[in-house]
Each structure stands twice: as structure tokens, then as C-alpha cells.
Design a protein around this ligand. Sequence first.
Ligand SMILES: C[C@H](O)[C@H](O)[C@H]1CNC2=NC(N)=NC(=O)C2=N1
Length: 94
Amino acid sequence: MPRLLTSEDVAVQLRDLPGWAYADDRLVREVQLATFAAALDLVVAVGGEAEEMNHHPDVDLRYDRVRFALWTHVAGGVTQYDVELAHRISALLP
Ligand SMILES: C[C@H](O)[C@H](O)[C@H]1CNC2=NC(N)=NC(=O)C2=N1
């Protein structure tokens, strides 16, 4: 079982995750793309990372905006897996 990160742990990790925030026991980020197609392409690319990690984001896609919320279901909050996925998502952003 992955270890739940404390809010202090998360604050330290967020220093290296510009654009991300910690809310409701989730790592969250909302991005606006140029078009719906670009937003959809991003969701697909994130899906590939998620499948590779076997660690999946909550995704809210609304036209050209995508909101990601990351948490570890089995732990009931944020773990290092979510931090890793956040970095991978950040690397996919334009
Ligand atoms: C059975 C499957 O490996 C598990 O349900 C995986 C799938 N993806 C997951 N994603 C996330 N975010 N948290 C999990 O605990 C998780 N568990």
C-alpha cells in the first residue's frame, strides 16, 4: 500500500510542480488548450501515461479546458504515484 503524503510532504513536492495545487486531498490542475481537439489529444496522451503507470487521473474535459485531479484510490489520498503522474502530465502540456 503506497504511503499517504502529509500536507507538508505535498507542499514540498508542489515546489517542483508549477501550475498544480492541493485541494480536497487531490493534486489538481486545470489547463486551457487552443481547441477541443487539442484538449482531447491531451487527454489521450495522459491516458497513455496512466496506462503505463497503472495509475489513473480523474479527468474533466469541457470544450477546450481539461481539469485533472490525482489521488490514489487504494490509499484514499495523495501518494508519490500522484506526484509522478503530475510530472508526466506537466511534461505533456504545450
Ligand atoms: C486494479 C488496478 O490495478 C487498480 O485499481 C489501480 C488502477 N488505477 C489506479 N489509479 C489511481 N489513481 N489509484 C489507484 O489506486 C489505482 N489502482
